[in-house]
Design a protein around this ligand. Structure first.
Ligand SMILES: Cc1ncc(COP(=O)(O)O)c(C=O)c1O
Length: 385
């Protein structure tokens, strides 16, 4: 294979990690200047900032009236686990897994909680399970976007409007980049470190009136650590949903989350965020269509993620390698891109098939992705020399 000249253009910003993700365009540390550091998070002014994060998140995402939104510990994982631990048990549950994070929730439900009547609906990397198999008499647990395979559910059409169970959705790599059908969901989680480029370690959850009813009427048979407790004496801890967090938050992270939300509003809110992310996916799709060595890992176009864009190397030389050889080759491509200083953190997730993963969330500029793509061709040709 002939050697390619290095592309003339380099991305202005080289941050394509799938989490923590690129900060919003123009972000500097100055965004944190007003942070209430050194203050109690229970002080009136600090609580007001936390409440502002809740309010702005609610507004940008279009969370329906009557839903409760909270900032919770331990990022998206904490938010999901507090929901699984508190909501699951009274009904059988269908857990959907098509990549690493969904598989993590399977472990929680099946091996840790051992929820009676748990069913696992699985699919290999690149595909979705058969969504028609889900029984909405049961609770259902699923990620909206499988971050490690780049496969997302295409919409909420498969979710029963008249479901008896609760739909519990890990939406951390979907919110702020994809429209969510709130009426089809009952509990939704995310963290700050993804589409708005916030800092890690704080989680958020939004729960519907039906989920609140479950919380208030059902007491799980297993122990609940303090950081999981959303109720007290059988009643919802209302303060948690007004900025009175379960434990101490970082006011620096709160300030940064507010900066991200203000930016989101300044560019036109959710529809603008979705457009930016879809434009990023389109840029990659246009390029992939012209390549004969790389393709989307997601097989069905309507399931291709616009945030965690996962690419599989399909060239015959790559396919002919043993598993370690493929992992090694993909790592070398990623290493070359790092070495050239054109892209950081674009290797596929440790449990996913070896390949590349480019973040296309709203904080990434399409022009930067477009500038990166010829570099992928260059790196591939370097390997094949
Ligand atoms: C779908 C999904 N779920 C859960 C997580 C875990 O998130 P966190 O590390 O913020 O807890 C991630 C992180 O990438 C994710 O993409």
């Amino acid at each position: 294979m002939p050697k390619l000249a290095k592309p003339a253009v380099r991305p202005a910003r080289t941050h394509f990690s799938s989490g923590p993700c690129a900060k919003r365009p123009g972000w500097t540390l100055a965004a944190l200047e007003g942070a209430l550091v050194g203050r109690s998070h229970r002080a009136k002014a600090a609580k007001a900032r936390i409440a502002e994060v809740i309010e702005r998140s609610r507004r940008v995402l279009g969370v329906p009236e009557g839903w409760r939104v909270a900032v919770v510990p331990a990022s998206d994982t904490g938010a999901m686990e507090m929901l699984l631990w508190q909501l699951l048990g009274p009904k059988p549950v269908d857990v959907l897994a098509w990549e690493s994070f969904g598989e993590g929730w399977v472990t929680d439900v099946v091996k840790q909680l051992r929820v009676p009547g748990a069913r696992v609906l699985e699919a290999p990397y690149g595909r979705l399970p058969d969504l028609a198999e889900v029984d909405f008499e049961h609770d259902v647990v699923f990620p909206w976007n499988g971050t490690t395979s780049g496969v997302r559910v295409p919409d909420g059409g498969w979710i029963a409007a008249d479901r008896a169970g609760l739909a519990i959705c890990d939406a951390t790599s979907a919110v702020f980049a994809m429209e969510l059908p709130w009426a089809k969901l009952d509990a939704v989680t995310w963290s700050w470190q993804k589409v708005l480029g916030g800092e890690a370690q704080h989680g958020m959850l939004a729960i519907s009136p039906r989920a609140v009813e479950r919380l208030e009427s059902y007491k799980p048979p297993w122990p609940l650590p303090k950081v999981f407790r959303l109720t007290k004496g059988g009643k919802l801890q209302a303060g948690v949903f007004e900025g009175d967090t379960i434990n101490t938050v970082s006011m620096l992270c709160v300030e940064d989350a507010l900066d991200g939300l203000r930016w989101a509003e300044s560019i036109g809110g959710l529809s603008a965020l979705v457009r930016r992310s879809e434009a990023n996916l389109a840029a990659v799709a246009d390029w992939v269509a012209k390549q004969d060595w790389i393709d989307f890992l997601a097989e069905a176009p309507e399931t291709r993620s616009s945030t965690s864009i996962c690419l599989a190397i399909t060239a015959p030389w790559f396919a002919a390698l043993a598993a370690e050889g493929r992992a090694e080759a993909a790592k070398r491509i990623v290493g070359l891109l790092e070495q050239e200083g054109v892209a950081h953190d674009v290797g596929s997730y440790r449990d996913a098939p070896p390949g590349l993963r480019l973040w296309g969330g709203a904080t990434v500029e399409r022009a930067d992705l477009e500038a990166l793509l010829p570099w992928l061709e260059w790196a591939h040709a370097e390997l094949r020399r």
